[in-house]
Ligand binder design. Structure first.
Ligand SMILES: [Zn+2]
Length: 201
């Protein structure tokens, strides 16, 4: 039985377009480029007491563009790049599925592809997370849907697909968004300020 005071809020971060530069179906560590301020943003959040969890849709696996080993290698390389800047990620989750592309077992209607909450639910089984005080930060509408499905706050970043998502929506986003940030660093500053002003742990 976990002690209640050990339960902390988490920030669930999208990977491509939020932490690292968006590259369609990124499959190799060579393609990784950290977005400006991303490592600092993660550092600020973790110093403020948040558990940092990466949740990423990787349908390139289902589509046959790369295998799960490649996803794990890219995650590992990104983890190392972040660590070199003092930014620690507590856990990594990916969804390799797609409902309509490729072949089974990867072609399936799964419960982990964002906006479905499966990866967040798994993180809550693995870590002591206070979901109601948690946040999702991402560059896509599926990240905002994930936040709604999990009951967390939603922060959209303008990096990656974010700018396009906002332009296309013209102020009428199909999912609720609590804050639009320039990038992960601005998102982190907003989250930390909000936590401080409310005295939330
Ligand atoms: Zn899945």
């Amino acid at each position: 039985m976990r002690k209640k005071q050990n339960i902390r809020p988490a920030v669930f971060l999208d990977r491509d377009g939020t932490i690292n530069k968006e590259v369609a179906y990124l499959s190799s560590p060579d393609q990784l480029e950290l977005l400006s301020g991303a490592a600092r943003g993660i550092r600020l959040l973790r110093e403020a007491g948040f558990i940092i969890v990466v949740v990423t849709n990787q349908s390139g696996v289902a589509r046959g563009f790369f295998d799960e080993e490649k996803v794990r290698r890219v995650n590992k390389a990104l983890e190392t790049m972040l660590l070199q800047q003092g930014a620690i990620v507590d856990a990594w989750y990916y969804c390799p599925h797609h409902p309509g592309a490729g072949e089974p077992p990867y072609r399936k209607t799964c419960s982990c592809r964002k906006p479905s909450p499966g990866m967040v639910e798994q993180a809550c089984r693995d870590l002591a997370i206070n979901l109601s005080r948690s946040y999702v930060v991402g560059d896509n509408i599926s990240d905002m849907g994930l936040a709604r499905n999990c009951g967390t706050k939603a922060v959209l970043v303008r990096t990656g697909h974010g700018k396009k998502v906002l332009e296309k929506a013209a102020g009428e986003l199909s999912e609720p968004v609590d804050f639009v940030a320039k990038d992960l660093l601005e998102a982190a500053k907003w989250i930390c300020a909000r936590k401080k002003s409310r005295g939330l742990l």
